[in-house]
Ligand binder design. Structure first.
Ligand code: PLP
Ligand code: COI
Length: 368
């Protein structure tokens, strides 16, 4: 069961022609267009990891009894490949995604993929499909590694005995559309919670997202872009915004500092969140972790202490929050427009990813 995990290269003879690909890359949206290839790798109890391949992108054939279709034994990751201005194609902290994938696997009673195989799978796919990495710095290649339970059996006494790991890639643009960066409006989830102590909130498993759609729809019905999740026990401590972590900016100019809710076990430990906690002090912006309740959020905005709020995640990078709405009414962050600290951090992070700025923490991982 040990030994090197290898990937056979089965390249497609039906790749999308250059002109068609160029048209698809003009305005790809998010997660709607996919490249020519994908990675697949299987695991079984008797053989361990085996049958790794790069192969043409295409449908998976699954027995209707396949465990993932019934019990959601599934995990995924999200990271991006960037075409830097000087030429190289890079990813950002892929080993952090590999480590989180392993934690997700442990929580969901799935086999752990060695981290070097996770990173190698990404390198092979991006290298093969490099022409799909957008040239525009408002776009990148979103990578979606995932793993599903493939055993065709309906018993629930134990985890599945076979799994499929795969990686697909999607050239993608901005998640929140509009001209430039726009501030989003958020709705405080009412009657729904995303995660509870001991649950799966700290890992990336599909069921967390399936369970969030009703609350996201509630937010949209209330005229808001996104839902903000509160803690399960008291329903007052702020946890996350949709699929992103939140930061609160206190003060302004040279006195600005940023705070984010601590990782209590029901929040996803975002890699962007972790990066911002380390990056902000480099820019002279102190950064820390501190619980914040809805009342504190509202009162500190009213008192002018909180000046900006932003959400962060791989897909939408750093996104300003402009307004909050809940059953008790709403309020605005500053003038409701993207704030200076938010935009400074966004430019810094994107600058490192796209190679416009130095990478003092060694986060950029060159692929080709
Ligand atoms: N929180 C949730 C629930 C998420 O799904 C994500 C993104 O995948 C994040 C936070 C942000 O994580 P990251 O910065 O690693 O993309
Ligand atoms: C993120 O990368 O920030 C996400 O929320 C990913 C999402 C599409 C699940």
């Amino acid at each position: 069961m040990s030994g090197e995990i290898t990937f056979d290269l089965l390249t497609s003879d039906r790749c999308v022609p250059d002109a068609v690909r160029a048209a698809m890359l003009e305005s790809p949206g998010f997660g709607q267009v996919f490249t020519d290839h994908m990675i697949t790798l299987r695991w079984s109890q008797d053989r361990g990891w085996h049958d790794g391949k790069l192969q043409p992108y295409g449908p998976l054939v699954l027995d209707p009894a396949t465990a993932v279709l019934h019990y959601s034994q599934e995990i995924f990751e999200g990271l991006k490949a960037y075409r830097q201005e000087a030429g190289p194609i890079v990813t950002f902290r892929p080993e952090a995604n590999a480590a989180r994938f392993a934690k997700s696997a442990a929580r969901m009673a799935m086999p752990q993929l060695p981290q070097d195989a996770f990173v190698r799978a990404i390198e092979i796919l991006v290298t093969q499909d490099k022409d799909w990495v957008p040239h525009s710095t408002s776009q990148s290649l979103y990578l979606r590694p995932f793993m599903i339970a493939t055993t065709p059996a309906l018993g629930v006494g134990k985890p599945a005995s076979s799994y499929l790991f795969a990686v697909i890639a999607s050239p993608s643009g901005a998640v929140f559309t509009g001209t430039g960066v726009r501030a989003v409006s958020v709705w405080l989830a009412q009657g729904y919670t995303r995660a509870a102590p001991g649950g799966t909130g700290a890992v990336k498993t599909g069921g967390n997202y399936a369970a969030s759609f009703a609350a996201q729809q509630q937010a949209i019905d209330q005229g808001c872009d996104q839902v903000v999740w509160l803690d399960a026990a008291e329903h007052r401590w702020v946890e996350e915004m949709g699929g992103m972590n939140l930061f609160f900016v206190y003060g302004s100019g040279s006195d600005a500092r940023i705070m984010t809710p601590p990782l209590t076990g029901s929040l996803l430990p975002g890699i962007t969140r972790g990066s911002i906690l380390r990056l902000a002090p480099d820019l002279g912006i102190p950064a820390g972790e501190e619980p914040i309740s809805v009342e504190q959020w509202r009162d500190r905005c009213a008192a002018g202490e909180i000046t900006e709020v932003f959400a962060c995640g791989t897909a939408a990078v750093i996104t300003p929050v402009g307004t909050v709405k809940g059953t008790g009414g709403g309020w605005q962050m500053g003038d409701g427009q993207p704030g200076q600290v938010t935009m400074r951090l966004r430019e810094e992070l994107l600058g490192i990813q796209f190679g416009r700025l130095p990478d003092p923490h060694g986060w950029v991982h060159k692929i080709i």
